[in-house]
Write a protein that binds this ligand. Sequence first.
Ligand SMILES: NC(=O)c1ccc[n+]([C@@H]2O[C@H](COP(=O)([O-])OP(=O)(O)OC[C@H]3O[C@@H](n4cnc5c(N)ncnc54)[C@H](O)[C@@H]3O)[C@@H](O)[C@H]2O)c1
Ligand SMILES: Nc1nc(=O)c(N)c(NC[C@H](O)[C@H](O)[C@H](O)COP(=O)(O)O)[nH]1
Length: 217
Amino acid sequence: MDRPKVIINAAMSVDGKIALVGGKRIKISDEEDFKRVHKMRASVDAILVGINTILKDDPKLTVKEKYVANAKNPVRVVLDSKLRIPKNARVLNSIAKTIIATTENAKIRELNAEIVICGKDKVDLKCLLNELWKRGIKSVMVEGGGTVISSFLRENLVDELNVFVGSLVIGGGAPSLVEGIGAKNENEVIRLKFLECKPLGSGILLRYGVRDEDIVE
Ligand SMILES: NC(=O)c1ccc[n+]([C@@H]2O[C@H](COP(=O)([O-])OP(=O)(O)OC[C@H]3O[C@@H](n4cnc5c(N)ncnc54)[C@H](O)[C@@H]3O)[C@@H](O)[C@H]2O)c1
Ligand SMILES: Nc1nc(=O)c(N)c(NC[C@H](O)[C@H](O)[C@H](O)COP(=O)(O)O)[nH]1
């Protein structure tokens, strides 16, 4: 199947959490990591997140001038099965193009975005990646949250996983890097290929490959 290269990027605590208990956003990345994240945003054709990340964080998903000057903004893509996105979500501003990926079950309404229908209950990722490919999108940065990251990994649609490990512990039942059901048996474990580990600012950057054949060094 023709599909864009998929790179997951997220920031987690030492105990693998990506937000506070209850899902409230916390700054895990430091300035060095945000600079890396925004450089990566500037280098891809699209950035993708799940609707819960929009509802919890209200991100802009654009490239900040202070990190990368005069950058071209990638297309923003939101997985929103029931088309719940609020009209005033920042991702719907006119600074960059936005695609809302939804399902046949959604009640379609007018939004400042292109609406792409893929799947019935939740967004069919293979269908969506193919639609993005048809629009000239050759690389997608998946910025979360944990449920979306889980779907991409479980469906074996990931080429690279980049995780910044901040020097903090959140604990308890806070959202994790990979949500979903998880592995009960050894054969359900997702094995990664270690690529790189380097100190970055006050934390560590980890890079893994997932689909061996597609990893571009
Ligand atoms: N630290 C980080 O790097 C980082 C990055 C992004 C988000 N977050 C945090 O993650 C949390 C949100 O994560 P989450 O797991 O609750 O939600 P999410 O953002 O992963 O969105 C999940 C939702 O997307 C929709 N969806 C549609 N099709 C889907 C598919 N095929 N697979 C998966 N989801 C699909 C569903 O409604 C699903 O409930 C927030 O607390 C946010 O602060 C942290
Ligand atoms: N890389 C990263 N480090 C963090 O410490 C953190 N909390 C997030 N969380 C992802 C989330 O969706 C954020 O809220 C957006 O990174 C903000 O995005 P904008 O700058 O508004 O585009 N991401």
